[in-house]
Design a protein around this ligand. Sequence first.
Ligand code: MV4
Length: 447
Amino acid sequence: MISKVLIANRGEIALRVLRACKELGIATVAVHSTADADAMHVRLADESVCIGPPPSRDSYLNIHQIVAACEITGADAVHPGYGFLSENAKFAEILDAHGITFIGPTAEHIRLMGDKITAKQTAQELGIPVVPGSEGEVKPENALEIARKIGFPVLIKATAGGGGRGMKVARTEEDLEVAVATARTEAAAAFGNDAVYMEKFLGHPRHIEVQIVGDGAGNAIHLGERDCSLQRRHQKVWEEANSPALNVEQRMKIGQICADAMKKMKYRGAGTIEFLYEDGEFYFIEMNTRLQVEHPITEAITGIDLVHEQIRVASGAGLSVTQDQIEFSGHAIECRINAEDPRTFVPSPGTITHFHAPGGLGVRVDSGAYQGYRIPPYYDSLIGKLIVHGRTRVECMMRLRRVLDEFVIDGIKTTLPLFQELIANQDIANGDYDIHWLENYLAKTSV
Ligand code: MV4
């Protein structure tokens, strides 16, 4: 049983978790930095605790302050949201040692998937298709032999990486030595770990990820996939479910592979298995052991509340559904609304002078923003998410166009105008895009 959840996060995701707790009759504790005292999740929580000054490392990343806030308020569980401490194995262990439930996977599984080499080896052992590449770490002296075996072009990646940092392409044998050396230097600087591995470089893939949830006792379900190919500098901008590139057979096949793998490892919690998809083949790249920003599009097409499921499995209540009870219905698109310039993506903090969220059938707005809200400059610039659902992709796109016209956010710059452009674009209408499409489009249309 979980009776009081401390939400170790801020912004729209803190509000999202709070809503799920309220629906389940669970008491809520908000924590916040001094910069977030006027945040919506603080207002709506049953209790709140100020845990420190604005910088994240002193507040939302401060494990001891968060544990203390649990002790003071008597919270018996913590939901970490995404980012911050959500994939911190040490945090999960410390909560465990204090008898506080971490709403997420075991520390062991977080650690396993946090290291990209062990994650890939595990995925392969569990029957998930992976990108052809080195078996484990690549040392400079073995690089050429391994690269010849894989075949050029190859990609050098940091073991401790993720989010694309420390990646280097070697197109030919001549590029290899420099690529390996730079990747190692960058990995050491960024992650304090210079270990790298090597993969076949895929030139024009889509980014497709499968949502799974496991109960930690050998049951697991998949909830289909999301296509997150539209991104800029590894920041997703627009996501859709289902992927316009897959048919039902492909969806159910890759979903089943992922669910079976999670059963075998007795995974507990929500998770996402990320693939590159090219020429009809899936290639595992990483697994995220948390709830993701774009989870609402999966909720829209399945009707399943993923935070409810997370709380259920964390408390030992098990999943609320079996695989055969899950029905995929229609199409959903999420637009990430960032307080940023829509062309340069330079952050635009400040006060929102007017705020009006759209409504109507098939529309969901997850946001902690309101008229008069002052966006602090210290954190991520995501201020909300617009999620639109329709019975078909065409209906979803038509609805999105209508909804974008209704959304009013004044006083700051937002990414809303970019979505007005995308919704009018023929490639987007056709679902014809890969992971490079958006950056190419921005370069082509820049003034
Ligand atoms: C790749 C790749 C091409 N080939 N791996 C970037 C972040 C990290 N999660 C994996 N990434 C990539 N791995 C191989 N073997 C291209 C990327 C990549 C990418 C992947 C997903 C979404 C956007 C991307 C943008 C640039 C590169």
